[in-house]
Design a protein around this ligand. Structure first.
Ligand SMILES: NC(=O)c1ccc[n+]([C@@H]2O[C@H](COP(=O)([O-])OP(=O)(O)OC[C@H]3O[C@@H](n4cnc5c(N)ncnc54)[C@H](OP(=O)(O)O)[C@@H]3O)[C@@H](O)[C@H]2O)c1
Length: 286
């Protein structure tokens, strides 16, 4: 069995990935308690000790709004620390799989157009800026995959779908932004993509890794309620209206639609976001 060092194994993605990979790989999981990725010596020591074939980094500072007020910490975790892992990977000849985000793009592309891997990132938020530093640092590994995902939800973490399900318990209507376009992505789909990347070991580089299909947060909420049989009314908001109601919130890209053509060319076909949502709700509402 190939050895895997799985960093951030108690996060929303990391927790599910750990359970999945343990069936086929010799996995060493780490959490913030057992390995702080900002501690460069600890990262190098852990990589030397485990001697992994793959290093997967699911750790990050993921609270997009909090990144605006704690940009130093966000940069340390999402940016600089990724360089620690990449350089340790290079020294150990390990392949580094790192998770990034649609928020590296500015989102000002017309809605009829979608972002490909070779388009120039230019983030509008602290989270996006720090994750972009992480992408650049990741490349120091030499053998690397940067998987840009988006609008992630899963059984193990706080996420948008759970927030909307909870809101429906106490409210007759919810207001949701309708001018940000992207692909909601289930952790199950992302785990499938990661596993296939590990099996196929395609050309190193950046791969857009989301569910297929595009929507807005408003339309996505309507789908969540439709599939869950919930009657709560959904009211569309513009990003500007949302910002007025939540002045401390971070700016978010209006268009973060990512092309999956590169992934499809290597035979990895992500399922449609509606099918992934149905599967998730079956589990979540059990
Ligand atoms: N969630 C989304 O919508 C979304 C969208 C696009 C991309 N992504 C990316 O997808 C990946 C997985 O996201 P997720 O939602 O699964 O994240 P998550 O649930 O927030 O998990 C991240 C984990 O990283 C840990 N962590 C934080 N600082 C650390 C440090 N210095 N050293 C070691 N561990 C540390 C956190 O520990 P604590 O909880 O104890 O702080 C947490 O367990 C991330 O790279 C994220 O940027 C997520």
């Amino acid at each position: 069995m190939k050895k895997v060092l799985l960093i951030g194994s108690d996060g929303m993605l990391g927790g599910e990935l750990k359970e999945r990979l343990e069936k086929n790989y010799d996995v060493t999981p780490t959490t913030l308690e057992t390995l702080d990725i900002c501690d460069r010596d600890a990262v190098f020591n852990k990589v030397k000790e485990v001697n992994p074939y793959f290093i997967i980094n699911c750790a990050a500072f993921t609270n997009v709004d909090a990144c605006e007020v704690k940009e130093d910490l966000a940069l340390a975790v999402n940016g600089t620390a990724v360089g620690n892992i990449a350089e340790a990977a290079k020294e150990n000849n390990s392949t580094f799989i790192h998770i990034s985000t649609d928020y590296v793009f500015p989102g000002n592309l017309p809605i009829e157009q979608i972002y490909t891997e070779n388009m120039k990132p230019n983030p509008v938020s602290s989270y996006g800026r720090t994750k972009l530093v992480g992408e650049e640092n990741c490349k120091k590994a030499g053998k690397y995959y940067i998987l840009r995902t988006a609008w992630l939800y899963g059984i193990r973490g706080k996420n948008f779908v759970k927030t909307m399900l909870n809101a429906s318990k106490t409210r007759d209507e919810v207001s949701v932004v309708n001018d940000q376009h992207g692909s909601p992505t289930s952790t199950t789909t992302l785990c499938n993509i990661i596993e296939q990347i590990m099996e196929k070991e395609p050309e190193y580089g950046v791969y857009h890794s989301t569910n297929e299909g595009f929507t807005t947060w408003y339309e996505f909420t309507k789908k969540i309620y439709e599939f869950a049989g919930i009657k709560t009314k959904v009211i569309p908001l513009t990003s500007e209206q949302y910002k007025e109601l939540n002045p401390d919130s971070s700016d978010r890209p209006k268009n973060s639609q990512l092309s999956k053509e590169k992934l499809k060319k290597i035979g990895i076909i992500p399922e449609n976001y509606e099918d992934a949502l149905k599967e998730y709700l079956k589990e979540e509402l059990k």
